[in-house]
Structures are given as C-alpha cells and as structure tokens.
Design a protein around this ligand. Structure first.
Ligand code: UD1
Ligand code: UDP
Length: 357
C-alpha cells in the first residue's frame, strides 16, 4: 500500500517513529510534516533523537488561528494527496494537523486511519476535543490506545472499524528508554539527583490562555517544597511573558528538551505535574506519581487505578497533593504491551488478530 502519514506537532513525531518503522517493512510510506511545530526543539530534535526518516514534504504552515492553520493544512495537503494518490492517509492524536489531514483526505475519498482514536475529555471548549470528534467521524479505521476509547467510540455508534491495539507512545517509550539511559546526561547538566526534584509541563490552551489559571499554577509551583524542573513550551513562555509573575528560585525554567532527555527527566522525577496527554501516560508507564493540572482528563483509567490525580489549578489543592499523593498500587496494562505499531501494520496487512491483552 502507498500510505501518507501526516504529522505536525511534538507528540505526533514521537508517535510516528515506531509506526513508520513497522509500516515500512511492507508498505511505502510518504511522511508529510505540516509544519505546525517548527522550532528546532519542538520538531527537528525529535527526528534526530528518534531516527525518524526525513519528511518527504514539509507544508510549512507555521502558527496561526485555528481556522487559518487548519485551512492551510488542508489546502497544502490536498495538493500532495492529488499528486501522490495514496491508498490510505494516517493521522494521529488530536491536533489541528490531525483535523486538517483527516478532512483533506476524506474529501478526496481517500481512506483515513486514526491512531489514538476514541479519546474523549467531554469538554468541547478544548480544541483537541473538536479535532478528535471530527477525525473519528470521518475515519475509516480507528486504532485505540485503551479499551475506554473503544467504549467511547461505541457510544457514538462507531464500531466495526475499531481496533484496540494499545498506545504507540508506549512502543516509543520501550524502544527509546534504554537508549535514553545510555545517551542522556541531562541530570548531570542540570545538577539533579534521582527523586530529588519534580517535573512540570504546561501547554494546554485552557491553562495558558487563561491568565487567572496560569497565575494560580505559578503560585502553586512557587509554594512547593522541592526543586521543580519546568521545560517551557513556547506557547507557555509567551503567556508567562505577558503575565507579571516571578518564579521562586527552586523553580527551574528550561527550554523544551528532546525526547531522550525527557524520558530521563521523567523516570528520575519524584513526581510529575502536567496538563499534557502524553506526559500523563508516560508517568503511568514509568510508575511516577502524576498530578494533572486540569479539571478533567481523557486518560481516566490512570486516575481510576490511582496513579494520576486531577488537581485543577487551585494552589492549595495542588500543594496539598504535591506533598501527600503517593500511589503504590498495581499498574495494569491499560495501554497494551508496547506492540501497538506492529499490530497496526498487521491490521493494514489484512491480519487483524484479536485485541491487545
Ligand atoms: C498543539 C496542539 C495540542 C498539542 C500540542 C503539543 C492544536 C490545536 N493543539 O498545541 O493539542 O498538545 O500542540 O505540543 O493543534 N510555537 C512556537 N514554536 C513552535 C510551535 C509553536 O513558538 O515550533 C508557539 C506559537 O506562538 C504558537 C503557539 O506556540 O502560536 C501555539 O502553537 P500551536 O501549534 O498552535 O498549538 P500548541 O499549543 O503547540
Ligand atoms: N516532551 C519532550 N520534551 C519536552 C516536553 C514534552 O520530549 O520538553 C514529550 C513528552 O515526553 C511526550 C510528548 O512530548 O512524549 C508530549 O507532547 P506534548 O506535551 O507537547 O503534547 P500532548 O501529549 O499534550 O498532546
């Protein structure tokens, strides 16, 4: 099969790495980078760290409003799709690149596969929720990271084309953790000791674009009693610069880090606090307690089994959980067993097999 894979934002580069490797054993893959993320640390660093093949096309859409960015992706991707005439377009996750890719392909009657299908926050004010709902509605194949996602799709009447393959982020973690442990010297560079710090990431529009919520998060971080390492997403850096706040000395703001450094920072953290979907799951894979700085999450299973706690942005609640949250129970294989990419390739080869167990 000739397959066009669409990527554009940081988590999509991580997800495409194991899938590309598996697909290219039997299929021709054309990699299209929409250009949604473009800073070296948000894009090329992941191609370098993960050995992802160079994109065949970069649409260079850059940043913009939702309408403009999605429309530019559609206009520029349509040209590529008309030229390449693929048998399948694969999109992943819930970004504007996912939405633009799914719409451009489905309007040309090209079958669409959606990886990480069926995740729902049930909050339609999140741009990602709209992107997921539309991508799942037009997709012909749905590859789910968790059983909950399969149930969410069933509740929307989407069945038959749905496969629980597990989370490709887990594949990426298992493949890259030993490499990260060998290559990364991030702890030495930042003078950190294992379990001697917490790790924070924030980038959700719901937190960054709401000055009151962002201010509350800063107040909470300033109050916690340990070193906080905070790789700052460019969107958050911009929002913080418009907010008149000071960070306490124990909060160390750094540039976004590459994937290998991130794995080492995550696995050695005492605690992770985040609003990222990928980082919540990685905390679970690694058995690091996670506080989610949101009011709801798509990854409800991690909350149900006790390894993730929804704390919102209220400082007292965050600081209380920071000191007292100490999960220790089992971590059942909610996200499969790290063979999601291989299962996706098998399904595309016509061998569906059973759900991942
Ligand atoms: C996007 C996704 C979000 C995902 C996140 C992963 C959408 C709607 N949102 O959010 O679901 O979790 O990526 O990180 O698709 N910027 C730079 N350099 C870059 C990229 C962005 O400076 O390389 C700045 C620009 O000011 C831009 C802002 O960050 O306007 C937001 O970027 P954008 O891609 O629109 O959304 P993210 O917040 O990154
Ligand atoms: N990540 C990274 N460096 C950073 C922050 C995050 O490599 O400085 C990785 C993280 O480990 C995860 C992915 O980026 O694999 C998550 O992306 P992000 O939080 O931007 O988006 P989301 O998952 O929320 O869509």
């Amino acid at each position: 099969m000739k397959i066009v894979s669409v990527v554009g934002a940081r988590p999509e580069f991580i997800q495409v790495a194991p899938v590309s490797r598996a697909l290219r054993e039997t299929h021709q893959e054309i990699l299209v980078h929409t250009g949604q993320h473009y800073d070296y640390r948000m894009s090329q660093a992941f191609f370098d760290d993960l050995g992802i093949p160079a994109p065949d096309y970069n649409l260079e859409v850059g940043s913009g409003s939702h309408g403009r960015q999605t429309a530019e992706i559609m206009v520029r991707l349509e040209e590529v799709l008309l030229k390449e005439r693929p048998d399948l377009v694969i999109v992943r996750g819930d970004t504007n690149s996912t939405l633009g890719g799914a719409l451009a392909a489905s309007k040309l009657h090209i079958p669409v596969a959606h990886i990480e299908a069926g995740e729902r926050s049930f909050n339609r004010r999140m741009p990602e929720e709209i992107n997921r709902l539309v991508a799942d509605r037009v997709a012909d194949l749905h590859f789910c990271a968790s059983r909950m996602a399969v149930e969410n799709l069933a509740a929307e009447g989407i069945t038959g084309s749905v496969y629980w393959v597990g989370d490709v982020m887990l594949d990426a973690m298992l493949q890259n953790r030993p490499i990260a442990q060998r290559k990364s010297n991030v702890l030495q560079c930042l003078n950190l000791k294992p379990r001697g710090y917490s790790l924070v990431t924030i980038h959700r529009a719901g937190n960054t674009d709401d000055p009151a919520r962002l201010r509350q998060i800063v107040i909470a971080l300033n109050r916690v009693p340990e070193i906080v390492v905070f790789p700052v997403h460019p969107r958050t850096r911009k929002a913080l610069s418009q907010l008149d706040v000071q960070f306490a000395r124990h909060v160390r703001l750094i540039e976004p880090v590459g994937y290998l450094d991130m794995i080492v920072l995550e696995e050695n953290a005492r605690l992770i606090a985040t609003d990222s979907g990928g980082v919540q799951r990685e905390a679970y894979f690694l058995g690091i307690p996670c506080l989610t700085l949101r009011d709801e999450t798509e990854w409800v299973e991690t909350v149900k089994v006790g390894w993730n706690k929804l704390v919102g942005t209220e400082p007292e609640r965050i600081v209380e959980a920071w000191t007292h949250f100490a999960p220790s129970g089992e971590r059942p294989p909610i996200f499969g067993n790290g063979t999601a990419a291989r299962r996706i390739a098998q399904i595309l080869n016509g061998n569906p097999g059973g759900d991942v167990q």
